[in-house]
Write a protein that binds this ligand. Structure first.
Ligand code: ZLM
Ligand code: CA
Ligand code: ZN
Length: 380
C-alpha cells in the first residue's frame, strides 16, 4: 500500500521542466513538444497544483544517461548538430538511425536530458517515499535503444527510471497503453524476472515498430515476464477497458509488483493524427484509475500523442484522476491557450467512432486466453 499507513492521503508529485516544450523536431514532424505546454496550462488553470507537489527537475547528467545507453551513442548525441549533419558521411548517420523519424534538431541532447531528468526526479521521489504517485508527462519515450534512437525517442527515460527503481524495489511492473509497442523497454528487461513488461498496442506485423506479438514472452529467467496484447484497428472504450482490466487484475495479483510504471501514450485516443484506435479520454483515464486502485507506488509517464489539443486534455484529466479530483467539463476561459480547445471548449470531446472496430469479440477473447495461459507459468 501507499507509503503512509496512518493516513489516507496519497502524495502526488508533478515533475515538469517548462524548457522541454520549446524544442522542435522540425517542420511537419508529428511529435510536437509544445503539447506539453498545453498540458501544463490546463493543469494550472484547473488549479491541480493545490493538491500536488510541483517540481521543476534538473537535467539528467551524462553519467545518468550512461546507466543504459552506450558511451558511443551518447557522445554522438552530445556532439551532433544540424550543421555537422550535412557534412557527415551517411554511414555514421545510418549507424545511429538518423532520418525522418529521428532527425538531428537543435538542442536534441538537452531536450533528451530534460525529459529523462524529469523521469529520474520522479523515480527518486518514489524511492524516498516522498511520493506515492509521481507524474512526468514529458517522459515515456519507450522506443529508444541502448545504441540508437528509434521512433521519435532519443533516450529511454523509462528504462533509466526502472534501473533506478530496481535499486530498492524487488519487482517493478511496466504497463504501456501507448498505441505502439513498448519495444525498447521490453528489450531492456527481456531476460529478467524482476521487471514484468506489459504492452497493449496495434499489431499486424507491419505497423511500427513491427514487434509485440503475443508469443514474444521473454527469455531465460525473463521467460513469461514479457506480456504483449496485440490489437487491431478501431478498438472502442468498452472492449479496451474490459480487456485491460481482465488482463491487469490477475497479472498484478500474481506478480505482486512493489512499484508500477505506467506509460500513458495518448496516440491510443480516437482522432489521433497517427492513430487508429477509438478511445475516449474517459476510457484511457479509466485504465490509469484502475491501476491506481491497487495502492501500489506509481510512476506515471506520457509518450506518444499527435493531436496536441487531445493529448493535453487527456493528461490533464489523468492528473485529476490521480489526485481524486473531479473537474468541470468546461475548460477555464482564462487559459492562455484557450483557443486550442474550440469549438467545444470541453475536457471530453467525443473521440469514438471514426474508425471501424476490427477487433471481434472472438479475437479479443483469444488474445485474453493466450495471456491467461502465459500467466499460469509465472512462478511467484
Ligand atoms: N518514415 N515528417 C511512435 C513512432 C512512430 C517508419 C515510415 C518517416 C511517422 C511519421 C517524420 C516530416 C511513440 C515508421 C515513416 C516519414 C520510415 C512513424 C517527419 C510523418 C512524418 O511528415 C513527417 C518530414 C514523420 C514520421 C509520419 N513515423 C508515422 N509513424 C513511425 C514511428 C512513437 O508514439 O510510440 C512514442 C513517442 N515510423 O513507421 C517508417 C517506417 C520513416
Ligand atoms: Ca503500447
Ligand atoms: Zn505511440
Amino acid at each position: 500500500y501507499f507509503s503512509n499507513p496512518t493516513s489516507n492521503k496519497v502524495n502526488v508529485s508533478y515533475h515538469y521542466n517548462p524548457e522541454v516544450s520549446q524544442y522542435h523536431y522540425g517542420a511537419l514532424h508529428p511529435m510536437k513538444p509544445f503539447r506539453l505546454m498545453l498540458t501544463d496550462h490546463l493543469v494550472i488553470s484547473y488549479k491541480l497544483y493545490e493538491k500536488m507537489d510541483l517540481y521543476s527537475p534538473r537535467r539528467a547528467t551524462k553519467e545518468e544517461l550512461l546507466e543504459f545507453h552506450s558511451e558511443d551513442y551518447i557522445n554522438f548525441l552530445q556532439t551532433i548538430t544540424p550543421e555537422k549533419t550535412a557534412k557527415m558521411n551517411d554511414q555514421t548517420l545510418a549507424q545511429f538511425n538518423i532520418g525522418d523519424d529521428c532527425p538531428v534538431f537543435d538542442g536534441m541532447y538537452d531536450y533528451s536530458a530534460i525529459y529523462a531528468g524529469a523521469s529520474l526526479d520522479a523515480s527518486r521521489k518514489l524511492i524516498s517515499g516522498m511520493s506515492d504517485i509521481a507524474i512526468n508527462w514529458s517522459g515515456g519515450l519507450h522506443h529508444a535503444k541502448k545504441f540508437e534512437p528509434s521512433g521519435f525517442c532519443y533516450v529511454n527515460d523509462i528504462v533509466l527510471s526502472i534501473i533506478n527503481l530496481l535499486r530498492v524495489h524487488p519487482r517493478v511492473m511496466y504497463i504501456d497503453i501507448d498505441l505502439h509497442h513498448g519495444d525498447g523497454v521490453q528489450e531492456a528487461f527481456y531476460t529478467t524476472d524482476r521487471v514484468m513488461t506489459v504492452s497493449f498496442h496495434k499489431y499486424n506485423g507491419e505497423f511500427f515498430p513491427g514487434t509485440g506479438s503475443v508469443d514474444e514472452t521473454g527469455i531465460g529467467k525473463g521467460k513469461n515476464y514479457a506480456i504483449n496484447v496485440p490489437l487491431r484497428d478501431g478498438i472502442d472504450d468498452e472492449s479496451y477497458i474490459r480487456l485491460f482490466k481482465s488482463i491487469m487484475e490477475p497479472l498484478i495479483t500474481k506478480f505482486q509488483p512493489t512499484c508500477i510504471v505506467q506509460q500513458c501514450g495518448a496516440d491510443s485516443l480516437g482522432y489521433d493524427r497517427l492513430g487508429c484506435f477509438n478511445l475516449n479520454i474517459r476510457a484511457h483515464g479509466e485504465c490509469v484509475k484502475f491501476i491506481k486502485s491497487f495502492g501500489i507506488p506509481m510512476l506515471v509517464l506520457g509518450g506518444g500523442g499527435y493531436t496536441p489539443r487531445n493529448v493535453s486534455r487527456l493528461w490533464c484529466y489523468e492528473t485529476s484522476v490521480l489526485n481524486d479530483i473531479t473537474l468541470d467539463h468546461k475548460i477555464p476561459n482564462y487559459l492562455p491557450t484557450y483557443d486550442w480547445f474550440g469549438p467545444d471548449y470541453s475536457l471530453h470531446p467525443q473521440l469514438e467512432g471514426r474508425i471501424d472496430n476490427k477487433n471481434s469479440k472472438k479475437y479479443l477473447e483469444s488474445v485474453k486466453q493466450e495471456v491467461w495461459e502465459q500467466l499460469r507459468y509465472l512462478n511467484h
